[in-house]
Design a protein around this ligand. Sequence first.
Ligand code: ATP
Ligand code: MG
Length: 659
Amino acid sequence: MSDDAVTGIDHLGSGSRTFPPPTEFVQNAVARPSLYEEAARDRLGFWRSRAQLLSWKTPFTETLDWSNPPFAKWFADGTLNAAYNAVDRHVESGHGDQVALLAEYEDGSDGTYTYAQVKDEISRMANVLTDLGVRTGDRVAIYLPMIPEAVFAMLACARLGAPHSVVFGGFSADALRSRIEDAEARVVITADGQFRRGKAMALKPAVDEALAGGGASVQKVLVVRRTGGDVEWIEGRDVWWHEARETASVEHEPVWVEAEHPLFILYTSGTTGKPKGIVHTTGGYLTQTAYTHRAAFDIKPSTDVYWCTADVGWVTGHSYVVYGPMVNRTTQVIYEGTPDTPHQGRWWEIVEKYKVTQLYSSPTAIRTAMKWGEEIPAKFDLSSLRLLGSVGEAINPEAWMWYRRVIGGDRCPIVDTWWQTETGALMISPLPGVTATKPGSAQVPLPGISAEVLNDAGEPVENGQGGYLVLTEPWPSMLRGIWGDPERFEETYWSRFPGKYFAGDGARKDEDGDIWLLGRVDDVMNVSGHRLSTTEIESALVSHEWVAESAVVGAADETTGQAVVAFVILRSGTEDAIAEAGGEDKAVEILRQHVGKEIGPIAKPKRVLLVTELPKTRSGKIMRRLLRDVAENRQVGDTQTLADSSVMDLIQKGLTGKG
Ligand code: ATP
Ligand code: MG
């Protein structure tokens, strides 16, 4: 990315709009400015102290072994157990009666599990898995809805030192089969079905199908009863959890493993292509998830009710539902259903019901709530909230402001957290109570993290310029590789800038040195020699009052190389304003001019296409490569990780004869 390239930082509000932390917040905040000083003085010493957040069976003596990069070892001669750290030790220290999970089901029924109850459940399940043949080191695939048993299953595996591979419950039999085969799982844990938008949907048939056509490594299938629907049963292979549970002992000694023992494999979201099986290990991963969760979300274990809306099928559900929060002895909400069942205020109703204090969600969810209209959250009491978080994509400044005002009552700090499946835990994020926040920017590397923005030649860019985001030093929760493919690991992340981890994202440093994420480098557009960021043009569009959400791609163009094509979803209730302005064609012209004014004439989209949906991954990220296919009139590419495969048909049908 050259520096003429990236235009438009001004409209994003850099420097001009900041929100200092509220005074009461500063006084009681977990995070302190001294964390940065401590880490700057002695980075490894800093991590050594953070590792004391965990209970070690055998203390480690060496912090980092980086003698064979990019293969890191952290705390390598220490031993510990992840489930012991997440559950048992809280019971042992007298907090067994504290609620761990507030489970809210889609139909409004609920259930509560204390830490002592979770300990019993995971001990039982660990005993059952042992009976089913699972041994330390064996992989277990987990294919479950967002119910407490999903958390139990992960922790039961962790107790045994059997790496889990969670596959999102909305994925197809094919996606499940390829993940089972890649990891050679010995057991699959699933459910008969799950509730989705008020309907019971079968889940187990997908497992049966995945195993019928492959998955030869799988010997047993443990089935949780959720919907009570009829299921096909394979005698000798399938086992009901509720039956096995009855006779299973609550006594179970966790298996103490070395810090570098693999904790799980997780496949990336697949936004850009074929998912990669990312491997995380135990000691470093738990250290960084626990520390970042505590500091970035300002966790006070005895009083907070935390809610992260992510499914355990994604890395956010691993690090900020299961491991970080439970290692920190957090009380948290987990919700089975969708945000709009039975009504569009469902999430806000849950915040009110449990008096949620921290909410961690995604830009896609916020923009969807914006599209539905602010009168919906206004019907609920959201005054318990004291902190908001965002992850998954860059959050457009306008969506950030809406989140702050409508959900956060202009009172809650917002943490925009940049990280990846590969990084395991937060990397770039403001610290609440310390950082003055800036809408749209993830801002600064966390204490202990070294990030840089480099130009094509691999030199750090000056403030005000854009380039490639890299991580320049190893970090405790870094991926240890791609399962079974060390070459792909080196090639994908370590070859672009030798010795440095290349994240695949474009970024810019503003005049204050704060980092703004600009989108994936694969998506960067080149228009007449100017490189333009998808995120910046999308944010310019979202800053118009009619627009709820947009996705921008570069389509091949004879004269300019690439041309900007924007797909736009309008907010509900804008129909009258648009009619008044002279109809849709006029509206499109107004939006083009708006981008020209906000960023510059070069960024003005050649075409603006009004659509009602955008193609997203199951984790809610926009899949621009599919829109590029549409914009270039090509056959649409691989849609396996798409949340709703009918969306592409809808977009193409809607566009016939338009644009
Ligand atoms: P794949 O690598 O298979 O294409 P993916 O990158 O979507 O999938 P994840 O690991 O779930 O898989 O997502 C990480 C990516 O999400 C980051 O590289 C970045 O592009 C984006 N991202 C996450 N958080 C933020 C954020 N706060 N701001 C900007 N982008 C973010
Ligand atoms: Mg990625």
